[in-house]
Design a protein around this ligand. Structure first.
Ligand SMILES: *[C@@H]1O[C@H](CO)[C@@H](O)[C@H](O)[C@H]1NC(C)=O
Length: 323
């Protein structure tokens, strides 16, 4: 039944208007704090996604919805448990990641958060010979649901090529927070591809110990001073959707350095490691950008081992580090 709910991408449409597709989770009664994934294959044609809208009904059962583009989904089931935060989403659901490899985050909706619209002429390229052959939707339910839920996302898309391509990159660390302490998790990477990227939105993600997450572009002047320009800074305890970058005139080019930092405060008596489960922590800073035509980054991840192994000052030789 759920198959009929999903109009597969690529239904031929002669209209000059963009097509729309709604991806919904098959009717389920999720448990508290569960993460449920469902996937949709894209046909052979290339499609341009120009807009997203969350379909959460009146009840707003979903706490957040993320949409990923994947080469292969994490599971071949119609629905699976893709939780970072443990308990099983429901009886008999497979546990698997969102994507089998390198997820591309395309959209994030959170309860009470305003919608993000893509700038004019900007679209995510999917299908065809792109690395995105499946869309995977992850829904997080905070509370146990008594009624069946069928939340989802409506995509606006077209086969008409769009002048600018949207993409996301992820700045992420590993590391450990010792008991009863506050640590700074830092990562930095030089862009070594010939690109011109225009960041327009960012997203921060930690679990419950995150207190401050920021992302910066760092350019060195003739005197060797590092000039830090803020891309975005946000309390990760606020709804974790994409929000507009503070400075819309930033352009990222070859030779620029991108840097992100998460401050994590551990008031527990145990060591907390960066890892995949709910009792672990995470330090993620996502940048959503557009580039002319399809000149997006090939390598879209910037990883460091994090505290206590990696700091900007010692490992990346950065100076004028902002507080
Ligand atoms: C905004 O970005 C531009 C380009 O990088 C930079 O010159 C300017 O100083 C930035 N403005 C602020 C307020 O950071």
């Amino acid at each position: 039944m759920w198959i009929t709910e999903v109009a597969l991408l690529g239904v031929v449409c002669q209209s000059i208007f963009a097509e729309q597709t709604t991806i919904r989770v098959p009717p389920i009664k999720p448990e508290a704090d569960s993460y449920v994934c469902t996937s949709v294959p894209i046909d052979e044609a290339e499609h341009y996604i120009t807009g997203f809208k969350a379909e959460v009904g009146e009840s707003h059962n979903a706490h957040h919805i993320l949409l990923f583009g994947c080469d292969e989904p994490g599971s071949s089931e119609i629905i699976w448990d893709c939780g970072e935060m443990s308990p099983l989403a429901g009886e008999g659901l497979d546990q698997a990641p969102t994507c089998a490899s390198s997820p591309n985050i395309l959209y994030a909706w959170a309860h009470n958060a305003p919608e993000l619209t893509l700038p004019e002429g900007v679209a995510f390229r999917v299908g065809g010979n792109t690395k995105i052959q499946y869309l995977v939707m992850q829904i997080h339910y905070m509370k146990q649901q008594d009624q069946e839920d069928t939340s989802g996302v409506t995509l606006t898309h077209t086969k008409e090529p769009q002048p600018k391509t949207a993409a996301t990159m992820l700045l992420v660390t590993g590391g450990v927070v010792p008991p009863k302490s506050t640590e700074s998790f830092e990562t930095a990477c030089v862009i070594d591809e010939s690109v011109e990227l225009h960041p327009f939105a960012y997203r921060t993600h930690t679990h419950k110990h995150g207190v401050d997450v920021s992302g910066w572009i760092v350019q060195e002047n003739e005197k060797g001073d590092d000039m830090w320009t803020l891309i975005g800074r946000r309390d990760p305890q606020l709804p974790q959707m994409f929000v507009p970058v503070s400075n819309q005139s930033i352009v990222i080019e070859q030779g620029d350095l991108l840097a992100a930092r998460c401050i994590l405060k551990n008031d527990e008596n145990r060591e907390i490691t960066i890892g995949p489960t709910g009792s672990d922590e995470m330090c993620n800073f996502y940048i959503m950008y557009w580039a002319d035509s399809d000149k997006v980054l090939q390598d879209n991840t910037c990883f460091s081992p994090g505290a206590p192994y990696y700091y900007w000052s010692s490992e990346a030789n950065l100076n004028h580090i902002p507080l």
